[in-house]
Design a protein around this ligand. Structure first.
Ligand code: NDP
Length: 466
């Protein structure tokens, strides 16, 4: 997929050398300090940094001006229309930036459990504290938005009405924060695992654990902005539909439900995130910043945007047969169940073993979300690998469930245009790439124990098939 090669790390002054790290109990990998050129190296990431924003404008332009037809990117008026309709406005800037600052304020001040992350090699094995107040912040956000809308301080329909300018503001913000975080990190001398190639380092990031006081910026960007904005785009489209037609169609209600489930799952399971790979390994660069601030909310929502635009074009919302609608809902809910419980089984299993498990009453707590004494492999490295529950069926069954959800988001839009399938198609690519990276990493980390795990659980995505 991507041409990869590895170079030796030049640890900065604050970092321990790999030899020091090895001596620490409980720690990690030399590979966590290796620089691996991924995504096609500097040329590949340059193409992505230019191509992603253009792709976002293109897909939206095809929906907005060509009823979802994938016109030639060089088509006559496409770009002039996009420039006109998606030009950033002060109003859109205020909406987006006030929202981000409000979420940052909540992340700083709301109560929540403090959870330890995994040991960080570059901090000599230190485990960082993460304030997990995502759930209280989410509830306050819901209540605040209800009040704003209900009492006309800010009508939520403004979001879908200003979609183009909002997307542009998010894109500009993504770039601005990428450059700012990079520059501040270099000035502070806190850069980590640098390749020496400016563009590549901007893409992957310089900072590993950037913080604003007690707010971890990486976790904030991953959880507090993308999914919440995504949810409000579909809520906005649904309210607009209600204003125009006096009811919300089953397809649009599906979108609101689907996005609610996702953002709610991120909030209620936030305490599982500090030990994930993104937190311990990935740096805070364009890849995470741009994608979370702009890419996720403004491309994963294309199905909701399509339903909105087509209802205006056709003079009525899209309605499918009851059977198809039922199928889409059933697919969404069943795959959500597998996804939610598989993630919680694995994360809670690890947390229970580490003594960091914090039982929470967050809604909904699903049956089979926590396993009692599941089968597992105790590795020589120290960690245990779960082989019970969903994890006895396939090694990445949560990815399969997530993908099934993604496809259901497309199916509910029908088949008149391919654009709502951008998310499932792109997500297939992302997850395939993540599987490859993760499997290689785990194989190096756990050696023969990983081989044994693959022997016991031979399937990756679908039990009995692949
Ligand atoms: P995973 O949840 O797959 O975590 C991978 C890590 O988990 C491995 O590196 C290993 O870490 C540990 N692990 C793997 N197998 C086992 C096992 N059997 N028992 C115990 N630990 C194991 O990683 P992701 O962060 O990629 O995904 C988390 C969720 O986020 C998924 O549901 C995914 O679908 C979703 N996601 C969604 C995205 C979106 O854009 N919608 C993007 C990316 C992810 P260790 O080194 O600790 O052993």
């Amino acid at each position: 997929m991507s041409s990869k090669h590895t170079v030796k790390v030049k640890p900065n002054n604050n970092e321990k050398t790999p030899v020091d790290i090895k001596q620490k109990k409980n720690i990690i990998l030399d590979t966590d300090n290796e620089i691996v050129f991924e995504f096609g190296g500097p040329w590949g990431v340059t193409a992505m940094m230019i191509g992603f924003p253009l792709l976002m404008f293109y897909l939206w332009g095809c929906l907005q001006f060509y009823r979802g037809k994938l016109v030639s990117p060089l088509a006559g008026e496409l770009w002039s229309q996009i420039i006109k309709e998606a030009w950033p406005t002060w109003y859109a800037s205020k909406i987006y930036l006030i929202f981000c600052l409000f979420e940052l304020f909540l992340a700083y001040f709301m109560p929540g459990p403090i959870v330890k992350g995994a040991p960080v090699a570059s901090l000599n094995g230190k485990k960082l504290d993460y304030l997990c107040n995502g759930l209280t912040s989410w509830y306050v956000t819901l209540i605040t938005s209800y009040i704003l809308h209900r009492y006309d301080y800010f009508r939520l329909t403004e979001i879908i009405d200003n979609f183009g300018p909002l997307m542009t503001v998010a894109i500009i913000t993504g770039f601005a924060i990428t450059f700012t975080v990079y520059t501040v990190t270099i000035i502070q001398g806190k850069q980590h695992r640098m390749s020496g190639n400016l563009i590549y380092d901007l893409f992957m990031g310089a900072a590993l654990n950037p913080r604003l006081g007690r707010v971890d910026l990486k976790m904030f960007a991953e959880i507090r902005v993308p999914w919440v904005v995504l949810f409000y785009i579909s809520v906005s489209a649904a309210l607009k539909e209600y204003e125009m037609f006096g009811y919300v169609s089953a397809s649009m209600a599906f979108m609101v439900l689907a996005h609610f489930l996702y953002v709610n799952a991120c909030a209620k399971g936030e305490e599982c995130i500090p030990t994930t790979w993104d937190m311990t390994y990935e740096k805070f660069g364009f890849m995470l910043i741009f994608w979370n601030l702009a890419g996720v909310p403004f491309t994963y929502c294309l199905g909701a945007v399509y339903l909105h635009i087509s209802s205006i074009d056709n003079g009525k919302p899209i309605q499918h047969s009851p059977a198809w609608t039922f199928f889409c809902y059933a697919l969404l809910i069943s795959s959500y169940y597998i996804w939610d419980t598989a993630n919680s089984q694995k994360n809670r299993f690890r947390m229970i073993l580490n003594g960091t498990y914090v039982p929470r009453k967050a809604f909904p707590q699903l049956p089979w979300g926590t396993l009692k004494n599941p089968s597992h492999i105790k590795t020589k490295q120290g960690n245990s690998i779960l082989t019970g529950g969903w994890w006895g069926y396939a090694r990445k069954i949560h990815y399969t469930a997530d993908l099934m959800m993604a496809f259901s988001w497309g199916f509910i839009c029908g088949f008149n245009t391919a654009i709502p399938y951008f998310y499932p198609a792109f997500f297939t690519f992302v997850l395939t790439h993540r599987v490859t990276r993760d499997m290689e990493r785990c194989a190096r980390k756990y050696g023969k124990d990983w081989d044994e795990y693959c022997r016991q659980v031979p399937y990756i995505f679908v039990p009995g098939i692949y």
